[in-house]
Design a protein around this ligand. Sequence first.
Ligand code: BJW
Length: 259
Amino acid sequence: MVADNDLAEAASMLAAAGKVAVLTGAGVSKESGLPTFREPQTGLWARYDPQKLASLEGFRHDPHLVWSWYMYRLGLVSQASPNAAHHAIAQLESLVPEVVVLTQNIDGLHQQAGSSRVEELHGSIRRFKCAADCQGAPTVIKLPPEALQSDRAPHCPHCDEFVRPDVVWFGETLPGDVIDRAFTAAATCNVMLVVGTSGVVQPAASLPFVARQYGADVIEVNPQRSEVTRYASIYLQGSAAEVLPALFAALQAQRAGAG
Ligand code: BJW
């Protein structure tokens, strides 16, 4: 349970901030029914091999296996709805002048909840591209609904190479424009709110560190301590769907009190 004084202090930081960057990871979508990656037993990497399923080498070795795994996950994502944490993050825009969401998630739930500025650091499971980017990076391919039901990877209509999800696998660089905007947001925000990430995957894991170096306060929300906790200004221990609405309510109360 989060202490009231920690919640109030975090709300004061947000109340004083002109610009807030919100870095999210898989934990923010857990209460929407989507699994995280690295939690013991329930995490995807406890059951599936990331080298086989989330690398270009894995895709080259068995494109159909990788395709069918992503179509299984697309099915989960399509049935999921934003939870109270996504909604609280979207509502922040009504109380803070500038909010940018930097998400490692590929599920699109922040946009569904109404966040207007979302940087998808690791791409989107809802978008597809030619694996050779034959028409320039990225060569986005629109697929018919039946391709999303198939366990066979489709072919690019331009060059016959396989089509893949437009996500960032291990060893691949993040989209240049997205990562540039994310580091700029980290260097210029007054507060970075870090929600539901283990903070082990680079370069996203550097963002809170950069924010701190440039003078921002870092507020972390996570039921477990993470790689971010040691340089967080405030650690709010708890689940995102419980803590973020409480934080939003505390911020709203401070704003009402000040007005
Ligand atoms: C809750 C909760 C609740 C639970 N509420 N919270 C420098 C140093 C070392 C290594 C590298 C480096 N630079 C690059 C690397 C290699 C690699 C890397 O970082 N490896 C580390 C694992 C060691 N990085 C890359 O390869 C990246 N590319 C790159 O840097 O290119 C340049 C380059 C290339 C080659 C060499 C050097 C440089 C690309 C990384 C791509 C990551 N892709 C994935 C898959 C995306 C598609 C898909 O979804 O399938 O992205 S891996 C996976 O991890 C996914 C996630 O976005 C990402 C982060 O995971 P996340 O979100 O933090 O989830 P978890 O499970 O780890 O944590 C969940 C948290 O939630 C936990 O803390 C829970 O406690 C918490 N939680 N319930 C709130 N209710």
